[in-house]
Design a binder for this molecule. Structure first.
Ligand code: GLA
Length: 391
């Protein structure tokens, strides 16, 4: 077993128990796929822009073993029994199994000959809250991909694996998402974020220096549920495409602020503000990377707050619970805070002095109570290494 945290040992033993209970045998191996939080760069990925997410120590562990036939059996710690699929007639369906089966399906598009592989048993256990905007879906995809790397002897590089996960999500699950989540889950590193150019897929690990600065990332899960396969996420994507088409560019990555101002009347108020979010957010990602390098994480608070304001006012993907979480965290001593992920619910992150995390979390919870909102979940996450085989 590698040197791993108590958290991962717990999830691994839960995955092993789930495997034994479902399949009556011991697993042959384990893989882990972390969830992610995005430090900054929201809705920029599918606009070919910049993002700066990190893998978190909330993760999914898959326990797995090969089979000699063409059957796939999938179990989760959340339900007794298992689901069965057939490699000769893949029907991913619309349960949680659509993610691992979607990955199998998408691998065929990336050159894996499914006629030559055998089935497998796989059981998962998770500490990534579902619907919290922390990419439990990417965690499931990357844990599956790592398991298949071992089971089928795959040698795909990580950026390609990220595209496989995205393809599964876009086509099989039907969520029109970008490539950020899978990249973070696969390429994360300890105390660091992944700076990704979503046009070229060039990427770089950028040290966050949280430990040295005495900072922690506090997650505030509002429990307001979002679903990216339906609703506002797709609408925002269409508005961005409309903006690009009106501006005559292939993607909003190419747009500058002066260009945008010139086209203000032609775009109309809503599309103008959607595009302004993307253009300014791309710049904020670049500024965050240079500020982290020059001055460290204590200096990025204003960029995080400006990003949240842009999502609230221009892109209109925040909800009152997220705004309250951000405002109260900042007023209670956070260096900065913003909603993270696709929006319309989910979580905010706050960059807080380690010793003040509990007090800030309590202030946010009290403010939620006073506003009549359901109590949020609050917990600290650490940036960790990307998906891997464990043990
Ligand atoms: C979701 C999607 C990502 C990205 C974010 C918003 O997490 O899965 O691809 O678009 O929303 O930044």
């Amino acid at each position: 077993m590698l040197a791993v945290s108590a958290n991962i040992l717990f999830v691994t033993s839960s995955a092993a128990e789930t495997f034994r209970a479902a399949f009556g045998a011991d697993p042959a191996g384990y893989s882990r796929g972390p969830g992610r939080a995005n430090l900054i760069g929201e809705h920029t990925d599918y606009n070919h822009g910049f993002v700066l997410p990190f893998a978190i120590d909330r993760e999914i562990v898959a326990a797995f073993a090969p089979r000699t036939d063409r059957t796939i059996r999938l179990a989760t710690a959340l339900e007794p029994g298992f689901l069965t699929a057939d490699l000769d007639h893949l029907e991913p369906g619309d349960s949680w199994a659509a993610y691992p089966l979607g990955v199998v399906w998408a691998l065929a598009e990336f050159g894996v000959d499914l006629a030559t592989v055998t089935g497998f048993d796989l059981a998962v256990s998770s500490t990534v809250p579902v619907g919290a905007g922390l990419s439990s879906s990417a965690a499931l995809e990357t844990a599956t991909l790592m398991a298949l790397t071992r089971l089928w002897g795959l040698s795909l590089d990580r950026p390609t694996m990220a595209r496989v996960g995205q393809r599964a999500e876009n086509v099989v699950v039907g969520a029109p998402t970008g490539v950020m989540d899978q990249f973070a889950s696969l390429l994360g590193a300890q105390d660091a974020a992944v700076f990704l150019d979503c046009r070229s897929l060039d990427h770089e690990v950028v040290p966050l220096g949280l430990d040295a600065a005495g900072l922690a990332v506090l997650v505030i899960d509002t429990h307001v549920k979002h679903a990216h396969a339906t609703g506002g996420y797709g609408q925002r994507r269409r508005e961005c495409e409309q903006g690009a088409s009106l501006l005559g560019v292939a993607s909003l990555r190419e747009v500058t602020l002066p260009q945008l101002e010139d086209a203000r009347d032609a775009l109309g108020d809503v599309v103008y503000r959607r595009v302004r979010h993307i253009v300014t957010e791309n710049q904020r990602v670049l500024d965050t990377v240079s500020t982290l390098r020059a001055d460290g994480p204590l200096a990025i608070g204003e960029l995080l707050r400006a990003s949240h304001a842009s999502m609230r006012d221009d892109f209109e993907i925040s909800v009152p619970e997220l705004d309250l979480a951000v405002d109260v965290a900042c007023a209670s001593g956070a260096v900065g805070a913003r909603m993270t992920g696709g929006g319309f619910g989910g979580s905010a992150i706050a960059l807080v002095p380690v010793g003040q995390a509990d007090v800030i979390a309590a202030q946010v919870s009290a403010a939620f109570g006073a506003a009549g909102y359901a109590a949020p979940s609050t917990f600290v996450v650490h940036p960790v290494a990307g998906a891997e085989l464990v043990g």
